[in-house]
Design a protein around this ligand. Structure first.
Ligand SMILES: [Zn+2]
Length: 926
């Protein structure tokens, strides 16, 4: 067995790989004989060498199973020469026994024939002449014709015993003779497939009379059946007993005259359901016969006329008949000349609007004019029964709902030749290809592409906070164009049922004017954020997408099964159309959950802070431990906020930390220096002690700089200082009491730094939400272009401190009122709380939601004058600073657009002259 495998490999690697196989009777003598000693007799069953070459030509590569089986059977037979030859025994034609008996017959053909002859002579006396077996017939005829014997598809390992398939073999007429010989003794076969076999008129004339009476299916594509070959089919077609259901005569060079004959024969036929006469040089001369066929035949369901030369005038007549036809469901009229003569449009329009039976229609590449295409497109809007429509190689494309969208640029005609063609209502799916994520799918056929129905739903308070229309859904395969979900259905849900392609579908929603992923279905985080243009009503916005919903749809039921649709969605049903309410301000009650921040912003919770505290509080003393810890916890929040402020003043590179100067500053502000118990020099010593004490544990960790205090050290520093200040001269005081006194002393100063107060009072308000939503595209634009400097390959984008400083520099913000320290502060205060600041770089990596806040903090400090108010008064910095944040933020966004956004992007943007908060509602009393 190992040897055989080695041999097989040799074939595969050899010069003849791909062409060579030992499936049929051709004897694998070449190398097997050399390598397998027990096959040494093979050479004697000699086959003239030249046959091998011929054999390559006529054989197709075959499956491994087949290959091995042939060898095994052959091997076992050659080692067993003494079997009895009984040609008269009934033999199966399918399975391994069939193979065995075929080889057996081959090897012993001479003796079998002698035996048969002898028996026949004997039976002559009994007057019952016996006929030879199929095996014997095949081999005997081959020998007589001096061609290589072949099983001719009659003897096979598996399959249906009612069908015969020898397509793509290029057998030619000589083998047809062998086959005919085999067929004489085989009345059971009903399905015949002879496609692509070089069979000419002579061969067909031999074959067809043998099969036409019993055939249910005749596939005879790409042969040359000719008049004589067609004759027996023409004779059987009009008869009551005709069984032919499928007749495929594609590419037989029939021409008009034979087609006319064929049409006449099928006119009154009662069995044919599928007729394929594609590629047969049919011209307008045959149109009358085709029309009559369509008018008088009642059984035909699929008609293939592809690749003929039927022009507009003939086509118009045919479509008049098709318009009222009640049986034909599949029509392939592609690659004809229907557009020629400019007369087809009215007939096609009537056909498409009136016919309710056609389910699959191919009109590709028909030289239609653009106005023809427009008429067809218009007519299709009223048709809801054509589930699959093909229109390549004309003007326009078929969209995901089956509409024909007219496109004035015709796609490259040549590329359409290789495209799939329709085959009944069978799917041959191509899953949706994500490489084209930003493009709308084109040339969709629900049937061929095996689309399926799916339901998408926005559930208020589950998918997201938004509960009011308009809500839109954006699919990747639609190029993210918005689809309006219309009015809510039961329970206030917004829903759409639609046909979608197979594969992964990515989508998001627009709810409350923000692009969001629904929280009630799986979400995909995109490491590489992408931009997409979203146009809603008259507004085009450029949005940044970092997460989408994702759902995977595997291949499902076909769209049409047994001629009935499986899904409820009708082709070409319009989605609801969104008409924006007049500029009337919507009476909505603003709440934080519907804001732009709600989906992404994470508030500091008690639990989170407690975790931070546990991380920072490294108490060594065991005495009073619980009380001590509880006391520190009470002061932890202001302490941490204070630290954040002072750490932003003079960070060590990217690392926010309190160097010696800000620390002294803090000590002074808290009025800890009293020149008696505590001097500045003592504080410096404690500062150094704190720094060096911990540098042992975090040596080499750049997030814990040697000459600065980081978050957890702030607490330690305060405890150390309290020791100096309160215990050194009053030893009766213990450390817990001393620390308590220290915290009481510092608290008035420390309580000023609550960074959340600013958020709650100035930033998380309705007007700022309006500004952020309106200018979200600017946040996106600036963030995307400034979030790469320190990003490593494969890492999600983030903005580093230097990049934020660059933005401020490019926007010309720096002056005596706005300095670099303000940028540090904006960056650090906007960063969401991290439990462990020493183990992760997250603190230095600003995310989009944090960037938005940083911009607001910068705007607040920079304090630009509100839009349209420059002339109002003499603006000092104080007056500027006192304006509400939303005015400042709005003016700041405009400032950013003018300084940072390229001309192409702001082409559609109009410089506002007045603040959105000062616009007069024109129809307020409407
Ligand atoms: Zn199709």
């Amino acid at each position: 067995m190992q040897d055989i495998q080695a041999t097989t490999q040799e074939y595969d690697n050899g010069k003849n790989s791909g062409k060579y196989s030992i499936r049929s009777m051709a004897l694998p003598k070449i190398s097997i004989a050399k390598q397998l000693p027990y096959l040494s007799g093979v050479d004697e069953v000699s086959m003239p060498k030249r046959y091998n070459r011929q054999y390559y030509k006529i054989q197709q590569p075959t499956k491994e199973k087949d290959l091995i089986n042939d060898k095994e059977v052959f091997g076992s037979l050659t080692s067993n020469n003494e079997e009895l030859y009984e040609d008269r025994k009934p033999k199966d034609l399918i399975g391994e026994d069939a193979y065995r008996s075929y080889y057996h017959t081959f090897k012993n053909i001479k003796r079998i024939l002698e035996q048969n002859q002898f028996e026949n002579i004997q039976s002559m006396h009994r007057l019952s002449l016996k006929i030879d077996s199929v095996q014997t017939n095949l081999i005997q005829r081959s020998e007589r014709l001096r061609i290589l014997p072949c099983k001719m598809g009659l003897i096979k390992l598996k399959g249906d015993r009612n069908s015969l398939s020898i397509q793509n073999q290029k057998f030619g007429d000589k083998y047809v003779e062998v086959l005919s010989e085999g067929l004489r003794t085989l009345p059971a076969i009903q399905d015949f497939n002879f496609n692509h076999n070089r069979i000419k008129e002579q061969g067909a004339a031999q074959l067809m009379p043998l099969i036409s009476k019993q055939a249910r299916r005749i596939e005879f594509q790409t042969n040359l059946i000719g008049e004589k070959g067609l004759d027996s089919i023409l004779k059987i077609l009009p008869l009551q007993q005709c069984k032919i259901q499928i007749l495929n005569l594609e590419d037989n060079n029939l021409g008009d005259q034979l087609i006319i004959e064929l049409c006449k024969a099928i006119n009154k036929n009662l069995s044919v359901e599928t007729l394929n006469i594609a590629k047969n040089k049919i011209t307008n001369n045959a149109h009358q016969s085709l029309k009559q066929l369509i008018e008088s035949n009642d059984t035909l369901m699929e008609l293939y006329l592809r690749w003929n030369s039927i022009k507009g005038s003939g086509g118009a007549e045919i479509f008049k008949a098709l318009q009222i036809n009640k049986t034909i469901k599949v029509l392939d009229f592609s690659y004809n000349l229907l557009g020629c003569g400019n007369v087809i449009a009215p007939a096609l329009k009537d056909f498409i609007t009136e016919n309710k039976v056609i389910q699959h229609l191919d009109l590709s590449a028909n030289s239609f004019t653009q106005s023809d295409c427009e008429i067809i497109s218009e007519a299709l809007k009223y048709n809801h029964s054509i589930y699959g429509f093909h229109f390549r190689g004309n003007f326009g494309f078929v969209d995901s709902k089956g509409f024909l969208i007219i496109d004035s640029i015709m796609k490259n005609f040549n590329s359409t030749h290789i495209e799939q063609r329709i085959r009944g209502v069978m799917p041959h799916p191509k899953p949706y290809d994500h490489a084209q994520r930003f493009e709308k799918v084109r040339d969709v056929c629900w049937i061929c592409d095996n689309w399926q129905m799916a339901t998408f739903e926005w559930i208020p308070n589950q998918s997201g906070a938004c509960a009011d229309e308009p809500i839109f859904i954006h699919f990747d395969y639609e190029g993210y164009d918005p689809i309006f979900l219309g009015k809510p259905v039961e329970h206030g849900h917004f829903r759409t049922h639609r046909m979608i392609p197979t594969g992964d579908i990515e989508y998001f929603y627009t709810a409350n004017s923000i692009q969001v992923a629904s929280q009630s279905v799986p979400i995909k985080q995109h490491i590489e954020k992408f931009r997409t243009k979203v146009s809603i009503a008259d507004q085009v916005v450029n949005v940044l997408i970092d997460e989408t919903n994702i759902e995977s749809y595997s291949k499902s039921k076909p769209v049409i099964e047994d001629w009935y649709p499986n899904y409820d969605v009708l082709p070409r049903t319009q989605d609801p159309i969104y008409i924006p309410a007049k500029r009337k301000k919507q009476k909505r009650i603003w709440t934080y959950p519907i804001s732009i921040w709600a989906p992404k912003y994470k508030f500091d919770t008690e639990e989170l802070l407690r975790k931070c505290f546990e991380r920072d509080c490294l108490l060594k003393s065991k005495k009073n431990r619980i009380r001590f810890k509880e006391m520190l916890w009470q002061a932890y929040k202001p302490m941490r906020e204070t630290y954040r402020f002072y750490a932003s003043v003079n960070p060590t590179g990217d690392v926010f930390s309190m160097s010696v100067n800000p620390t002294s500053d803090f000590v002074n502000q808290c009025q800890l220096i009293d020149q008696k118990q505590l001097k500045l020099a003592d504080v410096d010593l404690k500062f150094i002690a704190t720094c060096s004490a911990s540098s042992v544990d975090y040596k080499g960790n750049y997030r814990n700089p040697e000459r600065s205090l980081v978050r957890y050290q702030m607490m330690e520093f305060l405890v150390r200082v309290s020791d100096d200040k309160y215990i050194r001269f009053n030893p009766q005081i213990n450390i817990v009491q001393a620390t308590k006194m220290m915290l009481e002393q510092c608290m008035p100063h420390m309580s000023q730094f609550d960074s959340h107060k600013w958020r709650a009072e100035r930033y998380f308000v309705e007007q700022c939400d309006d500004v952020c939503k309106k200018y979200k595209w600017v946040f996106d634009y600036v963030y995307m272009r400034n979030s790469s400097r320190k990003v490593k390959p494969g890492q999600a984008p983030f903005m580093c401190l230097d990049e934020l400083k660059d933005i401020c520099n490019k926007a010309n913000l720096y002056d005596e009122n706005f300095v670099e320290r303000d940028v540090n502060l904006a960056f650090n205060l906007s960063t969401l709380t991290q439990i462990d600041e020493l183990e992760s770089d997250r603190l230095f990596q600003m995310q989009w939601i944090e960037f938005m806040e940083a911009v607001a903090r910068i705007a607040d400090k920079y304090s630009p004058i509100a839009l349209g108010k420059k002339e109002e008064k003499e603006w000092t910095y104080e007056l500027r600073y006192q304006q509400p944040l939303f005015y400042k933020l709005e003016a700041f966004m405009v400032h950013l657009i003018n300084n940072l956004v390229d001309e192409e992007t702001k082409k559609n943007w109009k410089q506002p002259t007045i603040s959105m908060f000062d616009e007069v509602e024109e129809d307020e009393y409407y």
